[in-house]
Design a protein around this ligand. Structure first.
Ligand SMILES: [Mg+2]
Length: 299
């Protein structure tokens, strides 16, 4: 078994690139935009350092089953072009980072929380258990969340702003569906022109002095299988005919089911998970691949 390869993209990011089931994509080396809104005035372009020739080397070894769906079928393209709603995962899809890991690191609980995040991603523990364990290790106050967003505004993935602009210009509704926290996603939605009512995510709760008071366990995204439920709910509430889910994780793939998403597109530009990519209808490494297949109206 080959050793994991570590690459540093910034003073606080060490990326572990494993040649096994999940690899950090080389495309994280592209320009990343830090989300900013008037509350978090830290707008800047951030040039992540060259990630890793090593990661590119690893990507060459991906199984042919993953690469078989790099070219979409005619039916997949027709569904993509006719979608009246598109739901995006946030962590490692719309954004380069895992929001809860960022918050944990900022609050000094990075290592312990990252271990739970890995368990949550691999499905070895129920999502709700991993979420509760992680947040109880952080117990962030409102001011800590705000300070974290100010000091470390979420990094928006390359090309996502143009994709969302193109979808909106084509009258396609855009949603963010995340197992992360709404308070950390709102600045991203603001930056991308997505209304807050189109965010389906977990909610941190605070006391009257801003102290941590738990999280809302009634949100479907706080439980295993929650994204699938949330996407079904969106479709039912809005009466969409054709709905597409885009993400990098197994919970995003689950959203493709009767009454939910018609199509699952795996975005492997940040994290490449072979098991997810292999079952996707279409796997892309750059959002430009999706933009190229849409009508180009005035955006
Ligand atoms: Mg994700």
């Amino acid at each position: 078994m080959a050793s994991p390869i570590s690459a540093r993209t910034s003073p606080r990011h060490t990326l572990s690139v494993s040649p096994l089931s999940s690899v950090r994509s080389p495309h994280t080396s592209q320009l990343a935009i830090r989300a900013a809104n008037p509350l978090f005035p830290c707008a800047k372009l951030s040039q992540a350092r060259a990630v890793v020739a090593a990661a590119m080397e690893v990507s060459k070894h991906l199984s042919s089953s993953c690469l078989a769906n790099r070219q979409p079928s005619k039916e997949v393209l027709e569904t993509w072009r006719s979608a009246d709603a598109v739901c995006f995962d946030v962590d490692s899809t719309v954004c380069l980072d895992e929001g809860i890991d960022e918050l944990a690191d900022f609050c000094g609980a990075g290592q312990a929380v990252a271990e739970w995040t890995t368990k949550a991603m691999t499905g070895t523990v129920p999502f709700e258990e991993a979420l509760a364990a992680r947040i109880s290790l952080i117990k962030p106050s409102l001011s800590q969340v705000q300070y974290c967003l100010e000091k470390r505004p979420p990094r928006i993935s390359p090309g996502i702003a143009d994709l969302i602009k193109t979808l909106i210009a084509n009258n396609t509704e855009v949603f963010l569906v995340s197992g992360g926290f709404r308070q950390m996603i709102e600045p991203v939605a603001f930056e991308l022109g997505i209304p807050t009512e189109n965010i389906i995510a977990n909610r941190l709760l605070f006391g009257t002095s801003g102290e941590y008071a738990g999280f809302d366990t009634t949100e479907p995204t706080s439980r295993s299988g929650g994204k699938a439920v949330a996407v079904q709910q969106i479709r039912q509430d809005r009466g969409y005919k054709t709905l597409v889910m885009i993400g990098d994780g197994a919970t995003d793939l689950e959203a493709r089911q009767p009454g939910g998403a018609d199509l699952f597109i795996c975005y492997a530009g940040v994290q490449m998970r072979e098991a997810v990519a292999a079952k996707a209808d279409w796997t892309v490494f750059e959002f430009q691949e999706l933009i190229s297949e849409l009508p180009q109206l005035n955006t």
